[in-house]
Design a protein around this ligand. Structure first.
Ligand code: PLP
Length: 358
């Protein structure tokens, strides 16, 4: 008999992580509010297990092709992964990683937990050379907000051959656009807060691993440190994940429709786009013009974070911790689901006025 055709990832985003199809069973795993469970089973206590987490983990694990564990935030997920390393381990990471990731790495380095080397993640030869005696290669691709893309096909096998654990922060691409475990990476981390949950109302993180021993170590760390998500957050994140394929398709199409208009706008000096996804960074002449621009938009919201249904933008250097190599006038656009013409009209008006301050 012929093998059944494997389900498309967009179908699996909708179907995985549901209760068994039985009469009167709900279609969704409910929000299970429980600090404790009847003794003698597998769950026992609310810091170790929750059915609302498990439903989310089953779905995201399926999409990424590994075993998933949910955490309280993306930062908590990152901390748990770094906890896998022995004291004094060398970690190679992109110099333009998310500011929080860099801050966490630097903090760990300052306290002697690890030795940090920052690299240009687009320079594959430099990444491979730096990884030769590293315990971990940390990749973020595309990077936030420079939108640099790592050549996973080159750097992942090289780092693995050198004995490093390879981690990819897949927050910007999501498993719809990039599946690092298939490229040989050991661990994927997510700020679920962004595209996966997708509605700017949830903070959550996740780790997906290929290897059972990493899963068991992370499960133990999560229970020990207690950086667990709330059941309601896990429920909302899974509800968001159900629509990820259509949301991302729409956001990407709109981002690509905006690109030529942004490129042709006389006030925009540079447009950065990794070739996929819904995030675009534009560079304006200086901080003052960029600040004026973000204050003038009406439909777009000036706010940090990204990946929600609503379009947001932010001048990233307003954060003192942002890398000094990110231009002062860089504004990161997170394209949402509004009509592209409405989004463009708002951007165009704000850009044009920002160019000629009163
Ligand atoms: N990774 C990336 C790429 C991010 O952009 C962020 C947050 O902006 C994080 C990790 C941290 O996630 P969280 O804010 O959910 O802790």
């Amino acid at each position: 008999m012929a093998e059944p055709r494997p389900l498309d990832i967009s179908t699996r985003a909708v179907t995985v992580g549901r209760p068994a199809a039985e009469p009167d069973a709900p279609l969704n795993v409910p929000v299970v509010l429980a600090s404790t469970y009847g003794a003698g089973g597998e769950a026992e206590y609310g810091r170790y297990a929750n059915p609302s987490w498990t439903a989310f983990e089953d779905a995201l694990g399926d999409l990424e092709g590994g075993r998933c564990l949910a955490f309280a935030s993306g930062m908590a997920a990152i901390a748990a992964v770094l906890d896998l390393l022995p004291a004094g381990a060398r970690v190679v990471a992109p110099r333009h990683s998310y500011t929080g990731t860099i801050a966490q790495l630097r903090d760990s380095a300052a306290r002697g937990r690890l030795v940090l080397e920052l690299v240009d993640i687009t320079d594959s030869a430099a990444v491979v050379a730096a990884t030769a005696d590293a315990a971990m290669l940390w990749i973020e691709s595309p990077t936030n907000p420079a939108l640099e893309v790592a050549d996973l096909a080159t750097v992942v096998p090289a780092a693995k051959a050198a004995g490093a654990i390879v981690v990819v922060d897949n927050t910007f691409a999501t498993p719809l656009l990039q599946r690092p475990l298939e490229a040989g990476a050991d661990i994927v981390v997510h700020s679920v807060t962004k595209y996966l949950a997708g509605h700017s109302d949830v903070l959550m993180g996740a780790v997906v691993v290929a290897d059972r021993s990493h899963h068991d170590a992370l499960l133990s760390t999560r229970g020990l440190r207690g950086a667990i998500p709330a059941p309601l957050e896990a429920f909302l994140a899974l509800r968001g994940l159900r629509t990820l394929p259509v949301r991302l398709e729409r956001a990407q199409a709109t981002a690509q429709a905006l690109l030529p208009r942004l490129e042709a706008h006389p006030v925009v000096e540079e447009v950065r786009y990794p070739g996929f996804g819904g995030i675009v960074s534009i560079v304006l002449a200086d901080a003052a013009i960029a600040d004026d621009f973000v204050a003038r938009v009406r439909l777009w919201r000036h706010a940090t974070s990204l990946g929600g249904v609503e379009s947001t933008l932010e001048r990233r250097r307003r954060w003192p911790a942002e890398a000094p190599t990110i231009p002062e006038g860089l504004v990161r656009l997170s394209v949402g689901l509004e009509h592209p013409d409405d989004l463009w009209a708002d951007l165009d008006a704000a850009l044009t006025k920002a160019a000629r301050p009163a």
